[in-house]
Write a protein that binds this ligand. Sequence first.
Ligand SMILES: [Zn+2]
Length: 377
Amino acid sequence: MGLLSGILLTSLIGNTYAAYHDFGIPASKATVDVRVFNVANMTLLNETHAFILPVVPGHESAPFPMYSFLVEHRASQKRFMFDLGIRKDPENTPPAISVALASGFAQLEPYKEIAVLLQDGGINLTSIDAVIWSHAHFDHVGDMSTFPNTTGIIIGPETDTSIYPDNPNSSLQASDFVGHNITKVDFVNSKLTFSGLKAVDYFGDGSFYLLNTPGHLAGHITALARVTPTSFVVLGGDTFHHAGQARPRPAFQKNFPCPAHLLEDAKSSVSTDYFWSHDSRPGAFDLRSRAQALLGISDLPDRFYADPVAAGVSLEKVATFDADADFLVVAAHDISLRDAIPYFPAYINGWKASGLKEKVVWEFLDRANPAFVFSPT
Ligand SMILES: [Zn+2]
């Protein structure tokens, strides 16, 4: 193969980043510590179609964990949270949420709100400098009145901060803000762009970046936490809700080949009435020749993505991290991870050394995993 055709081939494959620096991320030895909580397990009843398509019969209801992250920057002794999950008393949210919950829209297993989980774990709430909301939905904003006024709120620049009852449709209310310093992330004046996403270097040392990922909701942001000098956790918020919206993509399959037993099982477990690929035959699904993610972002009228086209663009960009060996993407409600990731008080910093990513990324295709939604039941 000549040099020219080699170059052509490389450019045709595209998006096959080899390491974090190929994304435009500067080198740094500065890191943060990240610990994960699952605040609550919620099942949205007959709402799968509002998130993912297609919905295969028997999978109309969607189980959702709600991850919340404690991020600690040792160099500055600062602590902050990324997302809080749901408040303890969701009946006290504005009608946009409380009425839907009262009508049986969701089932919640018993849970403790994040302020209690933190204090039970010996984390004094006065030590939390700020709470970052990936976006202002009820299952992310928690109850800011449980945090002291010294804890600030950090939100995406396009976040709608109107409150009920001034805005009768708002799911936010005065107690979500009162007394807290509110900071909107300034992406406009940042020169950083990683994989097409505008980024802000939060501490100015390369340890923690906020990324502009609109679509699910205006102002939706995600974060890139450097947990070792060369590995990152992507705090994905609601960029996607199901691992099958991110996978498989060609670069992902190349870097993370599907384990042989799941590849074989997928032939019969993934219904060819709903899913197809180049080398599939009726009743025999071929995963390897699947050129795009199995599940799409819902664009139905009652979808939970404000702008599904913009959400799709953000997801494509986040998916380039997912396909790379230096990044572990943790979306806020990715149930395929629920029984596999280490929770507080453990740290998730060591995910790469422990081989966690290789163990979990195809779990959504295992019939025994609660994320499995690919054949009728
Ligand atoms: Zn959410």
